[in-house]
Design a protein around this ligand. Structure first.
Ligand code: PFF
Length: 475
């Protein structure tokens, strides 16, 4: 029977499910919250171009490398690297990945918790400006601060989100993750398209598109390059073994290069779509309501949570439209965050299951418990605790900022560098090609990919990482 061929670790039902699960991991807060924020702060269209360049020239080769490692190593990042190069310390690169996942999840769930809070606000009609409110900006700023500075809200909403994630991961690859993905991904696409249609038909949309899509190269700095590479890795969930773990649940029949290409393309398309929603809406406020463009663009983390709801309230269509579009938007953000958080928890869980022989349920709940504890200081570092908000030993940065910078600028690039070196030079191209060509004898991009994974990706990462470290430590 077919059933008996399914290994006890679990296996995806089809290649399409694998693509959606990988895309579900990739598409997350990074696309809908982080990408527009980075574009806004780094000069618009020029940032978009550099980001696209990195997505395909560095992101695609590393994505394929991780999938190959997963399918060949048949385990989580630690177990897979151990299997492929027995008796060497290379599994430590996998260990770094699991650690990175732990750090990311311990701040990711905090922002994800905000989406839950805002979804309830939106659905309950609280994003409709009360009669007589003098300043919409002040109203939404107060709402944002009343959430971020409230220890109870921060911890409870992040907890709700984490429990949801853990329930799904504990249920397993087929019954948990696969089911969640099958519902969420189509829903996400539908909501995204509805919002985009609304945004693009607003007055001022053209101005927004111009800022977003027409590159002004005078805006490019070395800092822009750093942010674009970090954004590419984070957005594609690369450098910490998600794709290794997900690849390990893929059958030997499937075509890896096509899968990697499709996941990268879907991630790019959704980030671009998110920009097609946010920028027309921002420029609508500027053109029609006289909003201050610079302060809107530089609003940073609040762009989506503080500025966006304020703008939704100005949409034509009355209270009904506000409730509909704002609930849809935060539901979208929440779903995107959930499928990403699932993938991170899955890496940690798979490591405990494969390498420590702990049962899946226990592993999922144990790791969630640990993540929850480590996430508390992050949650309290948005105003609830003065100490965690301005860490004295970190130049006054918050716990969130420290964790975010650490993963974005150091841990993920180092992880991706380690994995490309492992595939390009240690485990080796012949082994990788054997795994790829197992079912794809005509791998069209063979030479290009080999060149990119051996030289282009590591060198690009080294340059960017080096400059990051210099700027972080030498100011
Ligand atoms: N790719 C996710 C996003 O764009 O929000 C975040 C993420 C998920 C990063 C999984 C890293 C990861 F391993």
């Amino acid at each position: 029977m077919e059933q008996s061929k399914i290994p006890s670790r679990g296996q995806w039902g089809s290649r399409l499910v694998f693509i959606f699960a990988a895309a579900g991991s990739a598409v997350g807060l990074g696309n809908i919250w982080g990408f527009p924020m980075n574009v806004a702060q780094n000069g618009g269209g020029a940032f978009v171009l550099v980001y696209l360049f990195f997505m395909f020239v560095v992101g695609f080769p590393v994505m394929l490398a991780e999938m190959v490692l997963g399918r060949a190593g048949e385990k989580n990042p630690v177990g897979a690297l151990k299997n492929l190069k027995k008796g060497t310390p290379w599994y430590l690169v996998g260990g770094l990945g699991v650690f990175t996942g732990f750090v990311i999840l311990s701040f990711y769930i905090v922002i994800s918790g905000w989406t839950v809070f805002y979804f309830f606000q939106a659905a309950g009609g609280n994003l409709i400006l009360p009669e007589g409110t003098a300043e919409a900006g002040v109203y939404f700023e107060e709402m944002y601060e009343s959430m971020t500075a409230n220890a109870g809200y921060e911890v409870v909403f992040m907890g709700i989100f984490l429990i949801l994630t853990a329930v799904i991961v504990a249920a397993g690859v087929r019954t948990g993750i696969e089911r969640a993905i099958k519902i969420s991904m189509p829903l996400l696409l539908i909501i995204l398209l509805i919002l985009m249609f609304r945004a693009l038909t607003l007055e001022g949309a053209g101005e927004g598109l111009k800022f977003y899509l027409v590159p002004d190269f005078s805006q490019l700095t070395f800092g822009t390059l750093n942010m674009a590479l970090g954004q590419a890795f984070f957005s594609l969930s690369l450098g910490m073994g998600v794709m290794i773990t997900y690849g390990s649940y893929l059958s030997k029949k499937e075509n890896l290069p096509t899968s990697a290409g499709q996941v990268v393309s879907m991630d790019v398309v959704i980030a671009i779509l998110a920009g097609l929603i946010i920028f027309p809406v921002i420029f609508f406020t500027v053109v029609v309501h006289g909003g201050d463009l610079d302060s809107l663009l530089m609003s940073g983390m609040g762009l989506v949570f503080q500025v966006f709801p304020q703008i939704l309230g100005e949409l034509p269509g009355g209270d009904g439209a506000v409730i509909f579009f704002s609930s849809a938007f935060f539901l979208l953000l929440g779903i995107a965050a959930l499928t990403s958080a699932i993938s991170i928890l899955e890496v940690i869980t798979a490591h405990l299951v494969d390498d420590w022989k702990i049962g899946r349920r226990k592993a999922a709940w144990l790791s969630s418990g640990a993540v929850f504890v480590v996430a508390i200081p992050t949650a309290l570092g948005f105003g609830a605790s003065a100490f965690f908000t301005n860490l004295p030993f970190a130049g006054g940065m918050s716990v969130f900022e420290v964790k975010y910078l650490l993963t974005f600028q150091i841990l993920l690039p180092v992880g991706a560098l380690g994995l490309s070196l492992f595939v390009g030079w240690v485990w080796g191209i012949p082994n990788a090609l054997k795994e790829i060509q197992h079912e794809t004898p005509t791998f069209v991009l063979k030479r290009t990919w080999c060149f990119m994974i051996r030289y282009v990706a590591p060198i690009a990462i080294l340059i960017v990482l080096g400059s990051n470290l210099v700027s972080i430590f030498l100011g």
